[in-house]
Design a protein around this ligand. Structure first.
Ligand SMILES: [Zn+2]
Length: 338
């Protein structure tokens, strides 16, 4: 069931990309510290690489997301802001990264999600003139910097089909040209049937018609619990969307879990009961976040949060120099990327 908080888009207004590029005025800035105590130094994560042993993960930045915390968490953002984690930018806006994760193995070059594309989607921002948007455009440069051509991508695994995950499926003026012409595209049946159905079609932060047209003929059915690519296992994490999956990547030395949008902001792992505005089924999304928190609590799995600000590769439960978030809940520390 579609939750009451779903659909940023229906409450938003669209703006031309140029309008979103200006800096907010000094009068909009809050004091240097948020009333609840959140620090205001978060920024979109840079490109980074992590070698699991035979499988290398590379975070490929595409763009960024900025939103009022109270809009991102419509039932209350105090838990997130009070988590002790750094989630706000200098203007007091929640900041997230937007990008994709490249998995390189001896035999495959796989993209987990594809960013939002070269565009800006405005988000609601009642009561403030500060910018609120999702914006992309950098993914192909990030891929080139990693030394990979789009033609070399042989598989794309989509955690789900929101706009900020399918944006580079197509490119060219009408977005009808396959950006990764040699890639098969893995999507679960639950996800595909939602977004090709009536409800999905009416959601402005879903995939566009040109993306569905490109995915359809090349789609492979992704089944949770199975390996679409050797060493990459789909993990059922439904809730944010009906067929959402996380992807566990196994290397010779270590394993990582790419969370997709089961967790947007690292604070959601510390405070899993918060409701994210885009969760289509908030109850299931919360249940999923609890399960993920339990699974990640011992710190064995490396956490990959493609939307996390500052650093997408993290580990819970180890002390590596970043402050403890909460003594009673899993800690999230920066993991040094190679
Ligand atoms: Zn997303």
């Amino acid at each position: 069931m579609r939750g009451p908080c779903a659909g940023w888009s229906t409450r938003g207004r669209r703006r031309p990309p140029s309008e979103g590029r200006g800096r907010p005025g000094a009068g909009d800035r809050r004091a240097a510290s948020h009333p609840i105590g959140a620090r205001m130094t978060a920024a979109p994560a840079p490109a980074s690489t992590l070698d699991l042993g035979g499988a290398v993960l590379t975070y490929l930045p595409d763009g960024e997301f900025r939103a009022e915390p109270g809009i991102a968490y419509p039932t209350g953002s105090d838990d997130v802001l009070g988590s002790g984690l750094d989630v706000l930018d200098a203007d007091g806006m929640l900041v997230l990264s937007i990008g994709a994760v490249l998995v390189t193995t001896p035999r495959h070059r796989v993209l987990i999600d594809t960013g939002i594309g070269d565009r800006t989607i405005a988000l609601p921002r009642p009561g403030t003139t500060r910018d609120a948007f999702m914006r992309g455009g950098g993914l192909l440069q990030s891929l080139a910097a990693a030394g990979v051509a789009p033609e070399e991508i042989d598989a794309i695994v989509l955690t789900h089909l929101h706009a900020d995950h399918v944006g580079w499926i197509g490119s060219g003026l009408d977005g009808a040209q396959a950006t990764f012409p040699n890639a098969e595209i893995w999507v679960t049946d639950a996800e595909w049937s939602h977004w090709t159905g009536e409800e999905g079609a009416a959601d402005a932060v879903g995939p566009r018609a040109q993306e569905l047209a490109l995915i359809g003929p090349r789609r492979r059915v992704l089944v949770p619990g199975t390996e679409p690519i050797p060493g990459i296992t789909a993990v059922d994490t439904a809730g944010h969307t009906p067929g959402h999956v996380a992807l566990e990547v196994a290397g010779a030395r270590s394993r990582a879990l790419v969370l997709g949008d089961a967790v947007h902001c690292p604070a959601e792992l510390v405070r899993p009961d918060v409701v994210w505005a885009g969760d289509l089924d908030p109850t299931s999304a919360i249940r999923t976040r609890h399960a993920l928190r339990d699974r990640l609590a011992d710190g064995e799995l490396i956490v990959v949060g493609p939307h996390f600000p500052d650093a997408v590769f993290r580990r819970t439960g180890t002390a590596t120099g970043v402050e403890e978030a909460d003594a009673a809940t899993p800690r999230l520390h920066l993991l040094d990327a190679e």
